[in-house]
Structure formats: C-alpha cells, structure tokens
Design a protein around this ligand. Structure first.
Ligand code: GAP
Length: 535
C-alpha cells in the first residue's frame, strides 16, 4: 500500500487536498492522471448502466427489459428532504472523546486486547498498522505496567482483538485509549450526525440552515414524479446519478477509502413490489459482473449479504460488494458498493412523512383534527400502470457505488512488480499498473526511437491522429526502455514506436504493456488497431 500511495503522488494520480498548507484530513485531490482514471471509471459506469443500456433487449438474468434515464441534482436540497429520508434523525455514528488527549474516535473502530498482569487487567487499544497490532499491544502494556521488555512473560494477552463497542460500560473503565497513558479517559459514546451543515442566503439563523447531501440517492426520489411526467418511462425503470456526497466522517482513513468528500454512482431502480426480489438478485449479479469485467479479480472480490442488525434504517435487505484492500488485515474486506432493497421507504416517506421501515403497516400520526400529519411533501408519489390500471408505490433496488473506492480498488488490483527486458535485452525489474484499457488514463504512448531522421514528424502525426479519439502521450526524451517503463508505471496499455524501419516501409511497432509482445502495424492502421484493442 505504501508503494502504491507513493506512486499515486509521484505520478500524479492523487494528492492530499491543500497539501501546501499541511492538508485537510479526509479530503483528496485527483492529479492529471487520477482525474483521467476516475473519469474513465465514471464514464464506463454511466455508459454500461445508463446511456448504453438497450431497453429493447432483456439482459441476461433480468426479469424483463427495462429503461434507464439519468439525473444531475443539486448538492444542497430542502432540509425537509433529510428529515424524511431519516438522515436528520438517524444518520450518525457513535463516537468517544478522550479527556486526556482530546482526540475523538469512532466507537466501533477502536480495537484492543485484554492484557492482565496478576490480578490487574487493562484493555489496551491500538491505532497501529494492523500487521503490528500485537507488538503494539505488548509495547503499550509494558509501558503501562512499568515493565521492561525482558519481563514481557509477566503479561497475559487475550487471544483475539475486540472493538470498543463490544465492551460493557463497566469494562470500558479499564480501557487504555489509543493516545492515553492512563485508563478510563474515554467519555461514554455519543451520537454525532455525519451531515455537514451550512447556511443558505443571507439568513445566518436556523431558518437558513441546510445540509450538504450525504448521498445522491435522495435527489432521485424527490424527482420521481418529474421523471415520470417528463419522460415516457414505465416501471420497471432506473434513474442513474453520479455526483459528490459529503459526510463528516469521524475517522477518515485508508487513503481515499473513507473520505469526507467523495463521489457516488447511484441507481434507484423502481419496480413492482412483487417483482422486487428478482430485481434485487439481478442487480447484485449485474454489479458484481461489472467490476470483474473491468479487471477486479475473483479472489479479492466478494458479495456479502448483511445481517439483520447491520441494515440501514431504510433497508429490508442489503448485500455489499467488497474488495480485499491491501491496507486491511489479512482476510478482511472493505465495502465497494452496497446493493440495497429499500422497499417503498423513500417514496412513501417523501410523500407521507418519516417512517420506520420495520414499522409496517404504516402508522400515520394524526393532527388535532384527526387527519394524518403530512410531514413529507404531501405529494402523491405512487405510480399508475396505464396497462393494468393498478396503482402502487414502486419498490426500489439501489446499487450504490463509490467512484473513489472503485478507483482505489482498480489501482490496488493493477499494481504489479515484475521483470521486463531493457534495450540491451537485460531483464530489469519494473512496476506495472495493469489497468483495464477502458479505464487506463492514457490509451497509448507514441515515441520516435530517436529525435532525428524524420522519426519525430511521423510520431507526431500518429499522436495527432490518435489524440482525436483518446488520451495519448507523446514522449521523445530518454532511452526508449526508460520511456516504456514510465508508461508501464501509469498503466498505458500500448506503446507505439517509430524506428528506422518505419522510414522504409511506413510501419511502426506496438508493444503490449502486459505481455511485452511487439508487432508491426502500418502507420495508417494504428488508430484502428488501438481503437479495436481499447474499446
Ligand atoms: N444511498 C445509499 C448509500 O449512500 P452507503 O453504503 O452509505 O449507501 C454507498 O454508500 C457507497 O458510497 C459505498 O459503498 C462507498 O463506495 C461510498 N462511500 C460511502 N461513504 C464513503 C466515504 N466516506 N468515502 C468514500 N466513499 C464512500
């Protein structure tokens, strides 16, 4: 992971936000190569899920053909949106503060081990790199008990780690917090809403309060009626949106994995309630396949069904697509995308008012006139099937992906170290990013072998022709082996070299980044050859 992070900075994939001022924790900028990579991922998603979807054909595994349309909604929305979505009341993490170090931690993310010495016991927490967690526990415990390393056998360490939220209140009085040197310095867990608050217009009081959206999904729900009225879509159909979301994460970490500003790629798929289990199954498989088609390998990628107690406040069933990110302990996976069966929670809630999805049938609160209180929009968000005349509130299946997590997973998967011959045929080690050609920042690089004899002119013409279609790189500096290596390191799938033979027969060599195979192609055929290979 360290090597990847350093490559990302060195070659311009990602930078810490506001780095010259010391950075801002949880915020990341995409550099010249990162922006291309992430855009290609978002474009691939948009194309495969929305724009390129053929509504006339029934996709494999789908219960029927379906339509897809897109939306691009605002980041700030009416505050009532977040009241009805449940985010205002329920979107929080539990956190604990350390009275000694003044640091704040997420309650479920502090891990530790019980350590005892004779009758005395202490729960030693760590924030170290997971590989050294055990050593770190021992080091802290020795310090706590005022022992030298040679007396480590006086300590008994529990077999497994536990997270803080699994301890009782009484047990928490024995916790040695991650940055403390005495026990019992942590406060009780408190709720911390993750939405960023701001103020709209000149009003500085609560009347002007608004929230930066914590998910793009709600923009789709509140536009459900607009989409129905302005297009001819019929259920089943999906609405796709890509955009920024913001969450004031308590402990942003693991590079871009948990950021405070990130991008989501979400689909809200509206279907008949009776067909929703089949659509749920379809989207789970469809989304998993999308990642494998773009190069994430089967053994680091998995689908995990949520347990009942893990479900979000709205969900009647969720599966996560997870990836074994290299910064996680061996055998652990991190969420790439959630596919949630949201039932009719959102449409109903925006129509009628906040409700608990587990509280069915819907219990409306009554006002003083004995009528239902409309805390939602009060608008009818049901759907009438014009063929059957049936009126119902569609159920929703939501594949919700993170563009930044997908980018990070593709980067992790792509990183390889191997050997390749240099210009003298000697094997040299190289770093190669084996990115799928569809998402690679540059599709090709063009080199004149030497900077003379008309080679640069031919190379520049090829570059110009390719540039009309793709992002391509031109390089005439340094030995050609070095130029290959620089392109391998940023994942450029093909390098095109103009050499002395090109002057004789108007052919160039194309080199494949992964197989290192080289073959000759007519100059006039280069664009078609690259186009065929990267699309
Ligand atoms: N609308 C449902 C929803 O937002 P989520 O599981 O909270 O569900 C969906 O988020 C996806 O958004 C996650 O699977 C992840 O890829 C991405 N995501 C969520 N929080 C993130 C964060 N703090 N940093 C980066 N990506 C995040």
């Amino acid at each position: 992971m360290e090597k990847l992070v350093s490559l990302c900075k060195r070659r311009g994939f990602m930078f810490q936000s506001s780095e010259i001022y010391g950075g801002l924790n949880g915020f990341w900028d995409y550099g010249p190569l990162g922006v291309e990579l992430k855009r290609n991922i978002k474009d691939a998603w948009w194309h495969d899920m929305c724009q390129g979807h053929n509504e006339l054909v029934q996709p494999q595994g789908a219960p029927s053909p379906y339509e897809m349309v897109g939306l691009d909604c605002t980041i700030l929305m009416h505050p009532q949106v977040w009241k009805c979505s449940g985010h205002y009341d329920l979107f929080h993490d539990f956190m604990v503060d350390c009275r000694l170090s003044k640091k704040r931690y997420r309650f479920d993310q502090v891990r530790g081990k019980w350590v005892s010495r004779g009758e005395q016991k202490v729960f030693v927490t760590v924030v170290a790199d997971p590989e050294n967690e055990n050593d770190e526990v021992t080091r802290r415990a020795l310090k706590f008990f005022n022992l030298r390393s040679k007396n480590a056998d006086e300590l008994t360490l529990a077999d497994s780690f536990q997270s803080l939220d699994k301890l009782t209140a009484e047990e928490r009085t024995f916790v040695l917090a991650p940055d403390a040197n005495e026990i019992n310095t942590l406060t009780d867990p408190r709720e911390f809403n993750l939405m960023f608050k701001t103020y709209v217009g000149a009003l500085s009081g609560e009347e002007g309060a608004a929230f930066l959206r914590p998910e793009t999904a709600q923009g789709i729900f509140v536009n459900f009626k607009n989409v129905l009225d302005s297009t001819r879509v019929r259920v089943p159909f999906g609405v796709a949106q890509v955009g920024k979301s913001f969450r004031n994460e308590i402990t942003p970490r693991n590079f871009t994995f948990r950021s405070r500003e990130f991008e989501q790629m979400e689909i809200e798929f509206f279907c008949h309630p009776e067909q929703s289990p089949e659509w749920y199954a379809y989207w789970r498989n469809r989304r998993l396949k999308w990642y494998t088609e773009l190069g994430l390998s089967g053994d680091r990628l998995r689908m995990r069904e949520h347990d009942q107690d893990e479900l979000s406040h709205y969900s009647c069933g969720t599966a996560d697509i997870e990836y074994a990110f290299p910064f996680l302990p061996e055998g652990e996976y991190g969420e790439l995308e959630g596919i949630a069966h949201r039932g009719d929670f959102d449409l109903r809630s925006h129509s009628e008012g906040k409700l608990d999805p587990r509280e069915r049938p819907l219990k409306l609160e009554l006002n003083e006139h004995g009528q239902p209180k409309h805390r939602g929009s009060g608008k009818d968000l049901s759907y009438r099937d014009d063929l059957t005349n049936e009126r119902y509130i569609p159920h929703v299946i939501e594949p919700s992906a993170g563009a930044d997590r997908a980018t990070l997973a593709f980067l992790c998967e792509a990183y390889h170290e191997d050997q390749a011959p240099d210009e003298d045929g000697k094997m040299q080690s190289r770093v190669v990013m084996k990115l799928h050609p569809r998402i690679a920042p540059y599709k090709a690089a063009v080199f004149p072998l030497v900077k003379k004899d008309g080679m640069p002119e031919i190379a520049k013409d090829i570059y110009g022709a390719l540039k009309k279609k793709f992002n391509v790189f031109y390089d005439e500096k340094a030995a050609v082996g070095r130029r290959y290596r620089r392109q391998d390191e940023v994942g450029t799938p093909y390098c095109i070299t103009v050499d002395s033979q090109s002057l004789q027969d108007q052919t160039v060599t194309i080199r494949d980044r992964d197989t290192l195979e080289q073959w000759r192609v007519k100059v006039d055929d280069v664009v078609a050859e690259i186009e065929g290979r990267v699309s």
